[in-house]
Design a binder for this molecule. Structure first.
Ligand code: DX5
Ligand code: ZN
Length: 230
């Protein structure tokens, strides 16, 4: 992994689930040019979640096409270990897994590190946060789902703000360099509340790819984050 491409400060992470897949390479290039920090790559298997999306071949194609931006892969698949290996080979920078998707979470997170990527752990709206304490020493990113995973375009679940605050406390207490990402229903109108609750990485699918002007949307999101943190 080329760590120099991992951005600093607050991250905007467009989810390509909402991109135009007939022009995916251009969509990714455009959103990077518009100021995106990471590309959020949603992988769904019609088993762990009731939807089917994209696999490692698509990431390999983007890499072969010269796209070297930081890519954070969100695996909504069960079982997960086989696909972790495939996404390491395909060039993922971050790989984020759900605790429900593996029998041996410590092993799965360790596999991600051994493969040279950063490891993320993701919590659904009703998943208790207690497992975080057990693995916080080997986690580089905590993702709080603010919708139930499976589909883009859903509404933000307000109780996610409590989960973000809980995660922020645990991260700060650990003293480790861990990103706190939020995913689902994020838009200009609510991104400030997520920032106030402690998030420093913001996934947005429809709010960015559904907009006319990606740069204007990303800039407006950053202004809201800055305002919330002021
Ligand atoms: C949902 C995915 C999200 C989704 C976000 O399962 O993990 O990343 O694509 O899309 P929006 O921003 O439209 O809620
Ligand atoms: Zn996601």
């Amino acid at each position: 992994m080329e760590s120099q491409k991992i951005p600093m400060s607050q991250w905007i992470c467009p989810s390509i689930l909402a991109a135009d897949f007939t022009r995916l390479g251009d969509e990714v290039r455009n959103v990077i040019a518009a100021g995106a920090d990471t590309i959020h790559f949603d992988v769904m298997d019609n088993h762990y979640v009731p939807n089917l999306s994209i696999g490692p071949l698509v990431l390999s194609s983007l890499r072969k096409a010269g796209i070297d931006a930081c890519v954070d892969v969100h695996l909504m698949v069960k079982p997960v270990d086989r696909l972790v290996e495939d996404f390491l080979k395909a060039g993922a920078d971050y790989i984020t897994v759900h605790p429900e998707s593996t029998e041996h979470l410590h092993k799965t997170l360790s596999m991600i590190h051994e493969g040279g990527a950063k490891a993320g752990l993701v919590f659904n709206p009703a998943t208790p946060m207690d497992v975080l304490a057990e693995v916080i020493d080997i986690v580089d990113l905590v993702l709080i789902m603010s919708v139930n995973p499976g589909f883009g375009g859903q509404s933000f679940i307000p109780s996610s703000l409590n989960k973000l605050a809980n995660a922020r406390e645990q991260i700060d207490a650990s003293g480790r360099d861990i990103r706190l990402q939020v995913d689902g229903g994020i838009k200009i109108e609510n991104i400030g509340a997520a920032a106030k609750a402690g998030a420093d990485a913001f996934v947005a699918g429809t709010a960015i790819f559904g907009a006319e002007d990606y740069a204007q949307t990303i800039t407006a999101m950053r202004a809201e984050i800055t305002g919330a943190n002021a």
